[in-house]
Design a protein around this ligand. Structure first.
Ligand code: CA
Length: 229
């Protein structure tokens, strides 16, 4: 399947031109006309690349870029109206992969998109953890399990998600309660038995989808995720 490019640009004419050239080059495209929609589409569709205008309504391109970077490594080309050094510095410091300045030549933008995708496809992107029937989407914070040929979603609290992810990286080793408190309940003044309470709820949810064998309690120590179930 061809690469999906998210075009985040509020000026319809510029968005149309980019769309036209990208589609002609074989890309698939999706458009957002404000920053919030760009973030929603990024979350929902996981585009291969984002063309991101700095001056967007609702959320600025900088805010969008910051959030996209927190979520993962999606390549981003910043589009800025101002040919000012501060924008270039900010773009690269905030984690953009490239930038273009308006008015731009759309052929050049498409060439940069191609180059960036070639570069980024060289690096593995470990955004999904798989352990047995379980799949943890680290960008979308979603967890699902393949049970009898069907995907079942687990609705986890943030703490349960952190516990699960910690045990899954990598599975097969025992994590002590104190390690889990430090790694998953940071900033909270909790007793180690609080971990047991969260873990018990997490294991109930795993049992509900038929994956109860995935996490084992290790007496007097902590917990382990099995690498094979
Ligand atoms: Ca704009």
């Amino acid at each position: 399947m061809s690469a999906l490019v998210l075009i985040a640009e509020d000026e319809p004419k510029i968005a149309q031109v980019l769309d036209l050239y990208l589609v002609r080059e074989g890309f698939r495209t999706v458009a957002a006309h404000d920053g919030q929609t760009a973030l929603d589409l990024h979350q929902a569709l996981k585009p291969d690349l984002i063309l991101l205008d700095v001056g967007l309504p609702k959320k600025s391109g900088w805010e969008v870029l910051g959030e996209v970077r927190r979520r993962g490594p999606t390549p981003v080309i910043i589009i800025t109206a101002l040919d000012q050094d501060i924008d270039k510095v900010q773009a690269l410091r905030t984690g953009a992969d490239d930038y273009v300045v308006k008015p731009f030549n759309p052929v050049e933008v498409v060439a940069r998109a191609h180059a960036l995708l070639r570069r980024s496809h060289g690096a593995p992107t470990p955004n999904v953890l798989r352990v047995g029937p379980l799949e943890i989407d680290l960008e979308g914070h979603r967890v699902r399990a393949l049970v009898e040929g069907a995907w079942r979603t687990l609705d986890l609290t943030l703490t349960e998600y952190r516990l699960l992810t910690h045990l899954a990286r990598p599975p097969g080793r025992v994590a002590s309660r104190s390690t889990l408190v430090d790694a998953c309940l940071m900033g909270q003044d909790v007793l180690e038995k609080t971990v047991d309470s969260h873990m018990s709820k997490l294991r109930n949810k795993l049992r509900d989808v038929g994956c109860e064998a995935l996490i084992t309690g290790v007496r007097s120590v902590g917990y382990r995720m099995e690498s094979q179930v």
